[in-house]
Write a protein that binds this ligand. Sequence first.
Ligand SMILES: [Zn+2]
Length: 262
Amino acid sequence: MTPPTITVIIAQCVQRSFISPLPGPDPRLKPCHLHCGYANAVRLLGGGPQRLPNALEEFLWLAHGGESGNVPGSEHVHVIYVDDEHHDDGSALTRQHFELFGRHCVPGEVDERGLEGYKGTGRTAEWRDLRNGRTHVVRTPGLNDNMFGTGFIPVLTSICQEAEEVFGVAPEGVQILNIGGWSIIKELFCGVWELMHHGIPDYRDPANREATIRFQRVALSDALSYSVQREHHNIALEITQMLGGVVLRAPEEALGFCGLRP
Ligand SMILES: [Zn+2]
């Protein structure tokens, strides 16, 4: 029997402070500087004058298995929500971060417009609680690193171990798809470069601290991600390809990459 293809979708910062509908394109309506903006919100979450579909949530819902929970292919698809989190602890680090980007992702906080910025975008807030063994949440205090000071490596390691022990898939063969926030920063650096070229510690060789698992097949979805500026997003897509990563265009290509057959 040929082993299945295991996919890990990294949903970077799919949170209301960053991806939520806005009443109009005026940038002053954004809850913080890191918000994707009106045009990106319509592109990702749908609506607007053309009544576009909610591409981001439709994709994630299929990845989770849909209403029935068993969309063909979804049994081999994991989703890791990497969430930004800033408890207002008064520390210099938090203060500086807020001064630079505006207040965002404070757990339990509702802003003056009623936005709960820390929560997951739209229905993804509920989906973070799915108990299907394939849905994971990692919280990170920093913009530029998934690896340091978060639970990211243990989650990815456990997925790799399961892939190897249950399905006979070598960890390097687990494939990664990046969606969500800041293709130019989080997805390109944390999602593509770190995973393809830096790697995560190799659990198969615990005595050798230099041993790493480097993922061979890493993709970034154009349709399901954004940077605040369009030109940055396009640069991120170009660099992804230069690094050996895959750029997927339409949402259907992301479904195909994950082996989802709705
Ligand atoms: Zn932040």
